[in-house]
Write a protein that binds this ligand. Structure first.
Ligand code: NAP
Ligand code: MG
Length: 409
């Protein structure tokens, strides 16, 4: 039996996490992966206490390993806040978000896409395929300085170059109290964002939209538009045309109107704030956070797959009290399927790549057969018959379907 398992050559970087998702992680491996795949991973334990014990070095090591090996899969992790410092008195520091650390090291962009089901209809009735949101994760108001003043006066924007060259602009001459803000972005970050978007569009064979407000913000947003256009023309145009894909720029307000009228099925790249807002809107309109997948893509195509949701703390507390919870493992399963498929593609292992598809199909077919977790049962349309099961029962049902499709009944 052992030698019947699907072979791997290069390991996937495996980043274990916290709470309920850590429990699901173990079950997914045990029930859906290890019986079928001769799994090779480079394992990093990103649980909060191990990050604390290693002074967060484990997060940095995991990110560097992902850079080196090209594919990672990450479990949700706790980002400690004040309350967590009380819950875990052994913490020596309020460690930073691991996702932030990994994103900074990979210089990556996060792409979020919902998993769709035929019996749960998006709020926007025209949407038939997922809309993937790509949010630029650096700068703008998230790295701005702002100021509130209480008298008449003038604010100036001043730049001094390393050469000593200076530039000054009058921002505004105010005749009373006012608020001010200065924000920035860097050409490097915008260019890397653009490259990640084009790479991911090619990888997933989807059209790419980018939108901002260059008619108003002629220089700032104008630079975003120009850099995307330059990257498209010089690096990606031919590849897009060969695949019949479209790169499409339009103003943000026009893009919103078009997105709502569209059938979905494209990637929508957005500046930091626009992406923050639109990703929550799109996620909510498609249904459930538990069905939202996320992949971090670096400008050179390194991929780290994860679920968009957190560690599902409330379920974990109930699990710890001996309760069997009905936590939805779909997004975490899809993180594994995505990582194994990508590894299979990179290493030219068609069976491994196909396994990613089969794992996803088995999970979707289980849901389509009416076996589901509680969160989804609240969204199904009237008339669809279903049975609510706990997480382990759900995974067992997926395993049955997976065995069938792999001919291992
Ligand atoms: P969360 O873990 O996403 O859960 C929020 C609520 O959404 C849950 O209480 C649950 O609602 C529902 N939910 C989310 N995922 C679900 C699933 N798979 N199945 C069923 N229901 C699901 O967010 P949170 O409670 O705000 O954060 C918990 C911890 O996760 C925090 O420590 C935070 O730092 C961390 N976090 C990590 C990441 C990451 O690693 N990428 C992302 C976000 C948050 P009900 O309770 O109503 O069932
Ligand atoms: Mg938000």
């Amino acid at each position: 039996m052992e030698n019947m398992k699907i072979k791997m050559t290069t390991p996937v970087v495996e980043m274990d996490g916290d709470e309920m998702t850590r429990i699901l992680w173990g079950w997914i491996k045990e029930k859906l992966i290890l019986p079928f795949v001769d799994l090779k991973t480079e394992y990093y334990d990103l649980s909060l206490l191990n990050r604390n014990a290693t002074k967060d070095q484990v997060t940095i090591d995991a990110a560097n390993a992902t850079k080196r090996l090209g594919v990672g899969v990450k479990c949700a992790t706790i980002t400690p806040n004040k309350q967590r410092m009380e819950e875990y008195p052994e913490l020596t520091e309020q460690w930073k978000s691991p996702n932030g650390t990994i994103r900074a090291i990979l210089d990556g962009t996060a792409f979020r896409a919902p998993i769709l089901l035929p019996f749960i209809h998006p709020v926007v009735s025209s949407w038939k395929a997922p809309i993937t949101i790509a949010r630029h994760a650096y700068g703008d108001i998230y790295k701005a300085v702002d100021l509130r003043t209480n008298e008449a006066g003038v604010a100036k924007l001043y730049f001094i170059g390393e050469s000593g060259a200076e530039q000054t602009l009058d921002v505004y001459k105010s005749d009373g109290s006012a608020v001010w803000l200065a924000q920035h972005n860097t050409e490097k970050s915008i260019r890397n964002f653009a490259r990640s978007c084009f790479e991911y569009a090619l990888d997933t064979k989807q059209d790419l939209w980018f939108s901002c407000k260059d008619t108003i913000s002629k220089i700032y947003d104008g630079a975003f538009k120009e850099i995307f256009e330059e990257e498209y023309q010089t690096r990606y145009r031919e590849k897009f045309e060969n695949l019949g894909l479209v790169y499409f720029y339009t103003l943000i307000d026009d893009a919103v109107a078009r997105a709502v009228r569209s059938e979905g099925g494209f990637i929508w790249a957005l500046k930091n704030y626009d992406g923050d807002v639109m990703s929550d809107m799109v996620a909510t309109a498609f249904g459930s956070l538990a069905m939202m997948t996320s992949v971090l893509v670096s400008p050179d195509g390194v991929c780290e797959f994860e679920a968009a949701h957190g560690t599902v703390t409330k379920h974990y507390y109930r699990y710890r009290n001996g309760e069997k919870t009905s936590t939805n493992p779909m997004a975490t399963i899809f993180a594994w399927s995505g990582a194994l498929r990508k590894r299979g593609q990179l290493d030219n292992l068609p069976d491994l790549a196909a396994f990613g598809d089969q794992l996803e199909a088995a999970s979707l077919n289980t849901l389509k057969s009416g076996i589901m977790t509680g969160d989804l049962s609240r969204l199904v349309e009237p008339g669809f018959e279903f049975k609510i099961v706990n997480s382990e029962e759900f995974l067992d049902a997926v395993a049955v379907k997976l065995r069938e499709s792999l001919g291992k009944v």
